[in-house]
Design a protein around this ligand. Structure first.
Ligand code: PFF
Length: 459
């Protein structure tokens, strides 16, 4: 990249990577996945995956990025293994797919900000009509993609870092306030019970692979986003502690979102299984209950901050294909950004039409053995988040442990973390990436594909 940028400091990198991780995945997706996955049991499986499998994958991705100073495709060839380029290409493609639908939901969040500013609390009951309005949600989506492209075109540190540092803490403070409010509502106890008291019989195969997909998606792993961000990290920074902070922040914020949402959901007697509409249906009524003035203030600030959280994630999603095209094909950054953003927006049009606007895309596919059809946007999520990301994660750790080799990885991790070698953390990461992660990730990947797409249940 001409004048390839760098994060200005360790904290800048952490803020940007946490900005990538924290987004709609934590606040929109996590609560509805928990709701559909049976509650606390899903939360437990998710937490176990995040710490045992995802944290080591994150460390590995950042290390590969910093070592090579490259985008995912260039990174693998740079380490001397051109055949592994396709793993980077798979990541770039996953980024394309994820951004294409993510941007749609980000557009909804931004649209809700406008609805809240204008005091339209009843939007919660009309969520279906809102998403059906192609012109409206298409317009919001277009604004969102343009904002993303604008930030990415300005380069890595100028835009991303500054925004993350201020906005993420604001979001956390606001959510803490809402959690406290949620506890005061009638039926809050039932919500907390659903969220925190596990019923182990709910741990079925779909719960396991959806929890895994959610953990990967939420932590921005398995597609090279953190290889790309890692390529901008300074040599003196401690990768392991940075990854630990990012993982804790991301998981913590998702946990907080659940703590806020389930008392809200149960206090309104709504079903927790509401799916992708869960926060959009539930929250407006809650904001309305705060009274007209406070409701408008809190409601609009909340959706504005959610839009910003989404923006720091869309920026990282777009950065992956952009870094690839800029590094490998030497196309100027500005042109790459706008062309790729336009392409992804176009690929996202079926997702825009998936929530009521078109019957074809709203009932796109019926999986073998399923009772009802799945819409296109959800289907893309299943393909990208639950399938490509864990597979990408498995291959990345297999690559690092067996192809690039662990001593090289360890040398990279030792930089900025004197004493890493021989430490407990090294042993844990080693065990995870050499044995646990490859076996578990590949097994779940295979079981997921067989079950969901072919209707073959091994268990
Ligand atoms: N982690 C983001 C979220 O939870 O909203 C989504 C995401 C961003 C996934 C970047 C993958 C990625 F590379």
């Amino acid at each position: 990249m001409a004048g390839r940028g760098n994060f200005s400091s360790k904290i800048g990198f952490i803020a940007a990577a946490a900005g990538s991780a924290v987004g709609l995945g934590n606040i929109w997706k996590f609560p509805f996945e928990v709701g559909q996955g049976g509650g606390a049991a899903f939360v437990l499986v998710y937490l176990a995956f995040a710490f045992i499998l995802c944290f080591p994958v994150m460390v590995t991705e950042i290390a590969i990025g910093r070592r090579t100073q490259k985008n995912p495709v260039g990174a693998f060839s740079d380490l001397g293994f051109r055949n592994w380029r396709w793993l980077g290409i798979m990541g770039v493609l996953a980024g394309f797919l994820i951004l294409s639908f993510y941007n749609v939901v980000a557009g909804w969040a931004f649209g809700y900000f406008i609805e809240m500013v204008t005091g339209h609390f009843e939007i919660g009951q009309h969520f279906g009509e809102f998403t059906k309005n192609f012109v409206k949600v298409g317009g919001y989506g277009l604004i969102f993609m343009a904002a993303t492209a604008f930030i990415v075109s300005r380069g890595i540190s100028a835009g991303i870092e500054k925004a993350s540092k201020i906005l993420m803490p604001s979001l956390v403070i606001m959510m803490l306030g809402l959690v406290i409010y949620s506890f005061t509502l009638p039926n809050a106890g039932k919500g907390i019970e659903f969220y925190l008291l596990p019923d182990f019989s709910k741990i079925t195969l779909p719960v396991v692979y959806r929890a895994l997909g959610q953990a990967f998606f939420s932590l921005s792993l398995g597609m090279g986003a953190l290889i790309t961000y890692g390529s901008y990290v300074g040599k003196n920074d401690n990768i392991v502690s940075s990854a630990a902070i990012i993982t804790l922040a991301d998981v913590g914020i998702a946990f907080l979102a659940g703590l806020m949402m389930f008392p809200f959901v149960f206090s309104q007697n709504l079903p927790p299984t509401g799916g992708p509409g869960l926060i959009f249906v539930t929250l407006p009524g809650i904001f309305q209950s705060l009274g007209p003035v406070l409701g408008i203030v809190i409601g609009s600030v909340f959706f504005l901050l959610l839009s910003f959280a989404a923006l720091t994630s869309t920026v990282s999603l777009l950065e992956v294909p952009v870094a690839y095209v800029v590094d490998e094909h030497k196309i100027p950054r500005k042109i790459s950004v706008w062309v790729i953003a336009a392409l992804i927006f176009i690929i996202g049009i079926p997702s825009l039409l998936s929530n009521g606007a078109s019957d074809l895309f709203s009932s796109f596919i019926t999986y073998p053995g399923a009772e009802s059809a799945t819409d296109f946007m959800t289907f893309i999520g299943h393909v990208a988040n639950d399938t490509f990301l864990p597979l990408g994660g498995a291959l990345i750790v297999i690559f690092a442990a067996y192809v690039w080799k662990k001593h090289n990885l360890n040398n990279e991790l030792e930089q900025g973390f004197a004493g890493f070698k021989g430490s407990f953390v090294e042993k844990f990461i080693d065990l995870s990436i050499s044995y646990i992660a490859p076996v578990v990730l590949l097994s779940i990947f295979i079981l997921n594909v067989l079950d969901r797409f072919f209707g073959v249940q091994v268990f």
